[in-house]
Design a protein around this ligand. Structure first.
Ligand SMILES: [Zn+2]
Length: 292
């Protein structure tokens, strides 16, 4: 069997035309030492777990390995399935052509991998999935868990991909760079941005913050920014309750950005509450780049 690093280098090599050098912008090719190289000899090595890092400088990520492992556990339990199912339907939408999807802010990779499954159940047409995240810890888990995708560590602000490379950009609960999204999407390509709805994980928020102002937030600013760059093709609310097994509560609390500001005693208090059901609430914005 092919080693993970070799399989990854081969896959990236086969699709090297998607990449551009993050230093100088030139086209890149995979060489026999599993290094993705531009003509100015800027090189980026494939990493052992089966991903490639295209960072030009080391970047400190806010998220640690433990958070991504927790998130991976929660994702595998099916927490995002109804959301990803809907997104899959949106993308399928009668399509018979192969699709190239970039997950911008892919984290530990589950949403992209699950989306590929939905696609494959819907059509025999090919699905090429590329995951990009600033966090090496997240991407390493993605590479460990999900084969057949191009997993990349890189900076979305200086993304290592050529213009008009993607049919779909997925951006789930993660920061956006609309300038780059516009540049990277093909003509007629779509951006699918998922943001938390006002009821998202409300049980955890109530328990963590009682009645502090952190409880309330609004998506108005995010939505306005989206509309400055993209025309809205579709907007939908996806809300469902998820039953939790006892062992799922802690990873869910640990993966939740809401708990960042929380002190450990607050987290412990939430765990003692033995919450058995949480609400997942998302707003899905689907857009096409405005013509300028
Ligand atoms: Zn270069």
């Amino acid at each position: 069997m092919l080693k993970k690093i070799d399989a990854a280098a081969r896959l990236i090599g086969r699709h090297s035309s998607l990449f551009q050098c993050p230093v100088c912008g030139l086209a890149m090719e995979m060489n026999e030492n599993r290094t993705l190289l531009c003509r100015n000899r800027h090189g980026f090595d494939t990493a052992k777990p089966g991903y490639i890092s295209l960072l030009t400088k080391s970047v400190k990520s806010d998220y640690g390995k433990a958070m991504f492992e927790a998130r991976n556990l929660v994702c595998r339990s099916g927490f995002f399935h109804p959301l990803i199912g809907q997104i899959g339907k949106l993308i399928l939408n009668g399509r018979t052509e192969p699709v190239t999807v970039l997950d911008a802010g892919c984290g530990e990779g589950s949403p992209l991998a699950q989306l590929a499954d939905v696609w494959k159940r819907g059509t025999p047409a090919g699905f090429l999935g590329i995951g990009l995240d600033l966090s090496k810890e997240g991407v390493a888990i993605a590479a460990r868990e999900y084969a057949g995708f191009l997993w990349c560590v890189g900076d979305l602000a200086r993304s290592p991909f050529r213009d008009r490379s993607f049919d779909v950009i997925l951006n789930v609960l993660s920061a956006s760079n609309y300038g780059e999204f516009r540049r990277l999407l093909r003509k007629d390509g779509i951006l699918i941005k998922v943001i938390p709805g006002s009821g998202h994980l409300r049980q955890l928020r109530h328990a963590l913050y009682d009645r502090s102002p952190r409880q309330a937030y609004s998506n108005d600013k995010t939505r306005a920014l989206f509309l400055r760059h993209f025309d809205m093709l579709d907007e939908r609310q996806i809300r469902y309750d998820v039953a939790l097994q006892e062992e799922q509560l802690e990873p869910l609390v640990r993966m939740t950005p809401l708990s960042w500001g929380a002190r450990d005693e607050q987290i412990q208090r939430v765990l003692r509450l033995a919450i058995r059901e949480v609400t997942a609430d998302f707003t899905v914005l689907v857009g096409r780049a405005k013509v300028r």
